[in-house]
Design a protein around this ligand. Structure first.
Ligand SMILES: [Zn+2]
Ligand SMILES: [Zn+2]
Length: 170
């Protein structure tokens, strides 16, 4: 059964959550005995979200992302930095890795937003009958169903757009 695991690696201090079928190994250093905060330690997981909310008051200038990082640092201080398996060099590499991952995610988000904005600016097709822009492209799947139901001479096959307002297809 897949479920989400929220794990802290006591060796490299990597914190990650993953949706998998058994307790994962550390996705950065491969350490097997990661601390699992998701299920059997439900109380701790709740504590994590509570802490993020609690920090809102003393640090109103910090956004939830920054507050999450603060809480993660608290967890590392409590469970990782004093662990006998903690590895300082690996921790340094893990910090660089986390930074790179974060930069990639930001870049990905920026690209998505730019694409969404470009899509917004693109002129939308108008219905030739009622002039509504509430039209949708007829998908290849819908065309295939149409062929199956009405044979290859079905009109729908040739149409590209369907007007949600008046039902006209062209
Ligand atoms: Zn690790
Ligand atoms: Zn129309």
């Amino acid at each position: 059964m897949h479920r989400s695991y929220y794990c802290i690696c006591p060796r490299c201090a990597r914190i990650s959550s993953r949706f998998v079928d058994k307790k994962p190994v550390c996705d950065f250093c491969g350490y097997k005995d990661v601390l699992d905060f998701s299920n059997e330690e439900k109380a701790k997981k709740l504590h994590y979200y509570k802490r993020i909310a609690e920090l809102k008051e003393p640090f109103p200038e910090k956004d939830s992302n920054e507050r999450t990082k603060m809480v993660e640092e608290e967890y590392r201080e409590k469970y990782v930095y004093n662990s006998p398996v903690f590895d300082k060099d690996l921790n340094e590499k893990r910090i660089a890795y986390d930074k790179q991952r974060e930069a990639e995610l930001e870049e990905y988000g920026r690209k998505n937003r730019a694409e969404a904005e470009a899509e917004e600016r693109r002129p939308k097709p108008h219905c030739p009958t009622c002039n509504s822009t509430n039209v949708k492209k007829i998908s290849a799947g819908a065309k295939a169903v149409s062929v199956g139901l009405f044979g290859i001479f079905s009109q729908k096959v040739k149409h590209q757009f369907h007007c949600n307002n008046c039902g006209y297809e062209w």
